[in-house]
Design a protein around this ligand. Structure first.
Ligand code: GDP
Ligand code: K
Ligand code: MG
Length: 265
């Protein structure tokens, strides 16, 4: 099976990758670009391939790293994604998590830098969070190996499970996604992803869809209606909605404690 490591730059992907693959590594380049491609075999089970994907902040196509990562997940379909999160920058890292959850791949959230979180007295209410996020979640330290074996056990156990998405937009945008999905001839669980990409005016997605210029005109008409109603650009509507949800989520579940007592279990 294939497990892909996905996360923001400097969230600890390569540290984790090195720790779980040891010397069983292959380094190359992604086709057509000079971005490094790293894969390897899990030390404890050689039938598990690990892919260290380029670090990214979002799945919007601003860089070749972002395009490589999203194309890999959508087209190569790893069995499981480990989303590595820098626990000391939790809120910022969750933006990518929100986007990743649209890709239809089972996912576990590895909240890394647990050692640094303890030092900084940052506590995350996992129970509250996992109710809303509906993903398994585990605090790890890629640097000192804490909970790495448990993380890999969880990841392996997720193969073949249903992926749940995190985010629900307001009714107008959900209806828009639904309407645009009807134009998209892709497997059911990816229609939503492509539909959101079209709403974001992500042109890099166009070659992957078989849409006529008439389709595009109809889609654009649907998008314009919502843009007029909210007097905002459609990509901004999508991004703002994600940021707002994450802000609410973090408000109720992230605790910065400086009273000298750690609240970790
Ligand atoms: P990547 O960009 O996601 O591949 O991140 P790296 O694995 O290169 O890690 C970035 C930096 O964070 C390096 O200096 C690592 O040593 C450090 N790092 C990674 N994981 C941890 C951790 O769990 N705790 C601490 N304290 N540092 C870490
Ligand atoms: K790095
Ligand atoms: Mg790296």
């Amino acid at each position: 099976m294939k497990i892909a490591l996905v996360g923001n730059p400097n969230s600890g992907k390569t540290t984790l990758f090195n720790s779980i693959t040891g010397s069983n590594q292959y380094v190359g380049n992604w086709p057509g670009v000079t971005v490094e491609k790293k894969s390897g075999k899990l030390k404890t089970d050689h039938s598990v391939e690990i892919i260290d994907l380029p670090g990214i902040y979002s799945l919007s196509p601003y860089s070749s790293e972002e395009i490589i990562t999203r194309d890999y997940i959508v087209e190569e379909k790893p069995d499981v994604v480990i989303n590595i999160i820098d626990g000391t920058n939790f809120e910022r890292n969750l933006y990518l998590t929100s986007q990743l959850s649209e890709l239809g791949v089972p996912m576990v959230l590895a909240i890394n830098f647990h050692d640094a979180m303890i030092k900084d007295r940052i506590s995350i209410d996992e129970e509250k969070l996992s109710k809303i996020l509906s993903y398994p979640m585990i605090k790890i330290s890629a640097l000192n190996g804490e909970n790495i074996d448990k993380l890999m056990d969880i990841a392996i156990s997720l193969k073949g499970t249903e992926n749940k998405r995190i985010h629900t937009f307001n009714d107008d945008i959900e209806n828009l996604i639904e309407e645009i999905s009807k134009f998209i001839d892709k497997e059911e669980k990816l229609k939503r992803y492509y539909s959101i990409k079209l709403i974001e005016h992500d042109d890099k997605i166009r070659p992957k869809l078989n849409l006529s210029s008439e389709d595009y005109k109809n889609i654009e008409d649907l998008i314009s209606k919502i843009e007029k109603k909210y007097d905002d650009d459609s990509a901004a509507l999508i991004a703002d909605s994600r940021y707002n949800q994450i802000e609410q989520l973090v408000k109720g579940s992230l605790v910065y404690s400086n009273n000298g007592k750690s609240t970790f279990s």
